[in-house]
Design a protein around this ligand. Structure first.
Ligand code: GLU
Length: 484
């Protein structure tokens, strides 16, 4: 039981779920699902000023929208909770007592001014700038006295001299640091709250986390955390630090490079599975180089060893392409469901079109949209009879003689079609063009403009069959009246 793989995503609820966080969550989730392990969601809300419930909700919603679930955490509970750090204060207190008793941590009463003086002096002496450990030498009686006088203090971990801190990072390889570079670490702040490094170690321990997978911006925290594990005499988990997401100019991804919140991608009309697929490829690649991978395929292909060591560049064009690959493959029924939130923004939707007609209608756009939101501008003419017509299209018609007569005859021809199917409609219009001695292209262009007001739509015969006989004839006649 104890060697079960357990990983966690530990966001601070100080903002929306951003792409970097979502990608970290995803690598953890994929690793857990791949190895029959457990994925835990823990909310690191000790920054009480900046932590907000709405952000916790946004993170939870964002993860769910992307298609991730968790074995323990908010909403689902579990045996190693609570899953909000602010509810874990008793747990931290017990560990603090244990460390005080073993003499691994000590009370530090130094004021900000004293620390500043220390820094100035060290700078003058060209010595390394770090806390000199003076409070660790205070006699016990003095500590007791100052504590009973309620003197403001923090708790610091004694950092051993000249100790090598090394770990075999599952993504970066062997990394090592000397303890000499570190200050005696503050583990509890003067307001009584544990610091990030301390709380994270206690939680990872108590939650029996086997692998810590997180952004490489945390590498500098890892030696400190390892020293806390050592002070507690506990086993150190495996670490994997994954590369940062970079913008197109190779600097760290930020708002300058485009939307950074997952929820923005939902609103922009991205398919969650496509975004998941895209995020998985930011810093990881499948062995056979395949890029379009379903959720199940990602789970079975994911290996931490294949996480790249250098930054992953965010390329929105690639995301759009991946999204279009997903859209292309949806059956009409599914596509209609997925597009519904956008279609509802279209004036006149759904009108008197049947479910089947709507399915066929959206299918016509399967290869014409890259994101769901693009449907709105492209499909709206189906639901509203056109009252204006593309001027270039009208100009082009100028070359056709007897337009009015042709249009009227076409209406009669369409009226006669019995089985209103694409192929039958196509044959009837082609035969009609031949009969009146016109090019099919000319008739198609005229008809398209009359029915949609536009010069570009999906195939004419398909749109006629979706519009239906009555609406087609009505639109043709109305076009004649207004323009010919
Ligand atoms: N709350 C930390 C963050 O959001 C978690 C870091 C960690 O995974 O240890 O960056």
């Amino acid at each position: 039981m104890s060697d079960k793989i357990r990983v966690r995503f530990a966001p601070s609820p100080t903002g929306h779920l951003h792409l970097g966080g979502a990608r970290t969550a995803l690598f953890n989730w994929l690793f857990a699902r791949r190895n029959d392990g457990e994925f835990i969601l823990r909310i690191e809300d000790t920054d009480v000023e900046r932590s907000k419930d709405i952000f916790t909700k946004a993170i939870v919603d964002g993860l769910k929208w992307l298609g991730m679930d968790w074995n323990e955490g908010p909403e689902v509970g579990g045996n190693s909770g609570p899953y909000f750090q602010t509810e874990r204060m008793e747990i931290y207190k017990q560990v603090i007592l244990q460390l005080l008793e073993s003499g691994k941590i000590y009370h530090c009463f130094c004021t900000a001014e004293e620390l500043e003086q220390m820094r100035v002096r060290q700078a003058e002496e060209k010595a390394p700038i770090k806390y000199d450990g003076r409070c660790s030498k205070l006699p016990r009686s003095e500590v007791e006295k100052r504590l009973s006088g309620n003197e403001k203090h923090v708790l610091r971990l004694k950092i051993p001299n000249d100790e090598n801190i090394e770990w075999n990072d599952l993504s970066k390889g062997k990394l090592s640091f000397s303890s000499d570079l570190l200050d005696d670490l503050v583990v509890v702040k003067s307001d009584g709250f544990p610091t990030y490094n301390f709380a994270v170690v206690v939680d990872d321990l108590k939650m029996r986390i086997s692998h810590v997978i997180r952004g490489e911006d945390h590498i500098s925290n890892t030696p400190k955390q390892i020293l806390i594990y050592r002070a507690l005499g506990e086993k150190i988990p495996e670490f994997a630090h994954i590369p940062m997401i970079l913008g197109s100019d190779k600097t760290r991804m930020s708002k300058r490079h485009g939307a950074t919140s997952v929820i923005d991608y939902k609103e922009m009309g991205y398919e969650p599975e496509a975004l998941m697929n895209f995020l998985a490829l930011l810093g990881w690649s499948s062995e056979n180089g395949k890029e379009i991978l379903t959720k199940e395929e990602l789970v079975s292909a994911f290996e931490l060893e294949r996480v790249s060591t250098h930054g992953a560049v965010f390329n929105i064009e690639k995301l759009k392409w991946m999204n279009s690959e997903y859209i292309k493959n949806y059956k009409g029924e599914i596509l209609l469901k997925k597009l519904l939130p956008w279609l509802q923004k279209v004036e006149g939707f759904p009108g008197d079109f049947s479910e089947k007609q709507l399915e066929k209608m959206v299918s016509l756009y399967r290869e014409r949209i890259k994101t769901y939101d693009e449907i709105v501008g492209q499909i709206e003419w189906f639901f509203k009879d056109p009252d204006t017509y593309d001027s270039k299209g009208l100009e082009k018609l100028g070359n056709i003689s007897d337009k009015k007569e042709i249009c009227e005859a076409l209406c009669q021809e369409i009226e006669k079609i019995g089985d209103f199917q694409d192929a039958v409609i196509e044959k009837s219009i082609r035969d009609f063009a031949v009969k009146i001695g016109k090019k099919v292209g000319e008739i198609v262009g005229l008809c398209r403009l009359a029915l949609s007001g536009r010069t570009a739509t999906p195939g004419l015969f398909e749109i006629i069959s979706v519009l239906g006989k009555e609406r087609t004839i009505k639109r043709l006649r109305s076009f004649m009246l207004r323009n010919l």
